[in-house]
Design a protein around this ligand. Structure first.
Ligand SMILES: [Zn+2]
Length: 287
C-alpha cells in the first residue's frame, strides 16, 4: 500500500534537446484522485423524492452520471488513478455497472475511516455535496443526520460536511480541490477555502426545490471544472485549522421533523455535546 500523500513520480524519460540546445525535462506525473460523492448535490436532484422516495432510482442514476463526468475530468487532467467513494447514507447507492470502468468504486460502510483508501492521493473532490443544516435556499441542506442534528460547530464556527471533510482531508495532507453542488454549497466551500475550485449545477429555491441546469450542460461543467481544478492543484492549499480541535453538536429532540423538511423549525433548546481532540476525523467518527 502506498503511504505517501504526495503525487508519485513514476516516469522520468531522458531529457530532450530543444532547438536552442537547452535541455527540456519531460516527465509524465502519475497521480491519484479521490472523489467522495454524496447524492443531495448531484445534478438534477431537487428534493427528498429522488433520495429515498419514489424517484430514488432516478437519484442513483443522477449520482452515477455526475461521478462519470468527474472521472472523465480527472483523466483529462492526467490523473492515472481515480478512486470513487459512494458516500451517501450507507454508501451503497450507484449501480457499479453504470460507472466509468477506469475508476475504482468503494461502497458500503467503512467503520472508523472517513476516506477509505485515501493514502497516496494528490487531491480530494467533494462531489454532489450540500450546504450545512438550516442554510436557506439550499437543496436538502443538512449536517450528517437530518433527523437528529440541528447544527454543528468546528472551533466555534458553524460548519457542515464540507468544512469537516476539508479538515479531515487536510489531516491526511491532501487538499480538497473541487466542491460541486448547488449555489449555497459552493459558497460555503469558498468561505472555508477561497482557493478551492467550485461547480454549481443548480440554484436552490427552498430545501426541496431548485432551478436546474440542463443535465448535459451540468455534466460538461463538472468535467471541465474537475480538469481545471486538478491542473492547478499545486496552488490549492489544505485547510488550516487550530489544534486541538473542538466539535460541538446540537441534537434535536426525538420525533422532530428532518432539518430539510419544508415545515422544520429549529428547536429552541437542542441538546449540546462538545468534544475536543487532536483529530477532527476522530471527533467525527468517535474513535
Ligand atoms: Zn447524502
Amino acid at each position: 500500500m502506498k503511504t505517501s500523500c504526495r503525487p508519485l513520480h513514476r516516469f522520468h524519460p531522458a531529457p530532450l534537446l530543444c532547438a536552442a540546445g537547452l535541455a527540456l525535462a519531460v516527465s509524465a506525473q502519475a497521480y491519484k484522485v479521490y472523489i467522495f460523492a454524496d447524492m443531495e448535490g448531484c445534478s438534477g436532484i431537487t428534493g427528498s423524492e429522488q433520495i429515498s422516495g419514489p424517484r430514488a432510482a432516478e437519484g442513483q442514476q443522477r449520482m452515477a452520471e455526475d461521478m462519470n463526468a468527474c472521472i472523465a475530468g480527472c483523466f483529462a487532467a492526467g490523473a492515472t488513478e481515480v478512486v470513487v467513494r459512494d458516500g451517501h447514507a450507507g454508501g451503497s447507492n450507484v449501480n457499479a455497472r453504470l460507472l466509468d470502468a477506469r475508476a475504482k468504486l468503494i461502497q458500503g460502510p467503512t467503520p472508523g475511516v472517513r476516506y477509505q483508501e485515501l493514502a497516496g492521493a494528490a487531491a480530494v473532490i467533494l462531489l454532489g455535496y450540500h450546504a450545512m443544516a438550516l442554510t436557506t435556499n439550499a437543496v436538502l441542506a443538512h449536517s450528517y443526520s437530518s433527523a437528529s442534528i440541528q447544527g454543528l460547530w468546528l472551533n466555534g464556527r458553524p460548519v457542515g460536511e464540507i468544512g469537516v471533510d476539508m479538515a479531515i482531508a487536510a489531516e491526511h495532507h491532501v487538499p480538497v480541490v473541487l466542491v460541486t453542488g448547488d449555489e449555497q454549497t459552493v459558497a460555503e466551500a469558498r468561505a472555508w477555502l477561497p482557493e478551492v475550485g467550485v461547480c454549481a449545477t443548480k440554484r436552490g429555491t427552498s430545501w426541496q426545490s431548485a432551478d436546474l441546469l440542463p443535465l448535459e450542460k451540468a455534466h460538461r461543467q463538472i468535467r471541465e471544472a474537475t480538469e481545471a481544478a486538478l491542473r492547478r492543484r499545486a496552488a490549492i492549499p489544505c485547510l488550516k485549522l487550530a489544534y486541538p480541535a473542538t466539535l460541538r453538536w446540537a441534537y434535536l429532540p426525538k420525533g422532530s421533523l428532518r432539518t430539510h423538511h419544508l415545515e422544520f423549525k429549529p428547536a429552541p433548546n437542542p441538546r449540546y455535546v462538545e468534544k475536543t481532540g487532536p483529530s477532527v476525523e476522530q471527533l467525527l467518527l468517535g474513535k
